[in-house]
Design a protein around this ligand. Structure first.
Ligand code: IMP
Length: 192
């Protein structure tokens, strides 16, 4: 079985990707003894994903994967974008992040936004990118308790409820991350 390294210590993300790539042995950061966060010093999602994937490839020699996600709001010219996790500060507090975004959007009628995920794959041939986008709208207030991050204020197109209200199985089919992972899976299948 071929080994892939995935730059995450998040068990939920690891089990999601293992489920979608059953023919691969996917190792997370903890499995290879990396306990610290790899610094995300890039100014784009692509750069951050590439930094993490190439760091792991250099360190392990295995084909390495890393992802970075941003919430891009149309009326805010794509902000918070690459700063999504730390929008309201280093604590990465989802509640404070949502409060800050709702405040920034007070009185704004155009609520259009998108989650965008970039997955970088690094091997000896170089870096390859896979992009997943889900379009939607920023709600006027929080609704729902499921999910994480900005889920309570993001209503995906074609639905009336936020990601935090929708069934996880729906979110996992239409989400930015799911779309990017599907493209990665197609690529890896084609390499066999
Ligand atoms: P990461 O690159 O996956 O760590 O995502 C960066 C930030 O984007 C997270 O800290 C969350 O605030 C937000 N985010 C990423 N994916 C989602 C999602 O599926 N729902 C809500 N927020 C998300």
């Amino acid at each position: 079985m071929k080994t892939l390294i995935f730059a995450s210590s998040n068990d939920h993300k690891l089990s999601e990707i293992r489920h979608m790539l059953p023919d691969y042995h996917i190792k997370g950061l903890k499995d290879i003894g990396i306990l610290e966060e790899i610094p995300e010093t890039g100014d784009t999602l692509e750069k951050n994903a590439e930094i993490k994937a190439s760091y792991l490839f250099d360190k392990t020699g295995y084909v390495s994967l890393a992802e970075d996600t941003g919430l891009e709001v149309d009326a805010l010219h794509g902000a918070p974008g690459v700063h999504t996790a730390r929008y309201a500060g280093e604590k990465k507090d989802p509640g404070l992040n949502m409060d800050k975004l709702l405040k920034a959007m007070e009185g704004i009628k155009n609520r259009g936004a998108q989650f965008r995920t970039i997955i970088a794959l690094q091997d000896q041939k170089g870096t390859r990118f896979f992009e997943g986008i889900v379009r939607g709208n920023i709600a006027l207030e929080r609704s729902g308790n499921d999910g994480f991050g900005y889920d309570p204020i993001f209503i995906p197109d074609g639905h009336q409820q936020t990601f935090a209200e929708l069934d996880a199985s729906i979110k996992n089919t239409i989400s930015h991350r799911a779309i990017a992972v599907q493209k990665l899976v197609q690529y890896l299948e084609g390499q066999k």
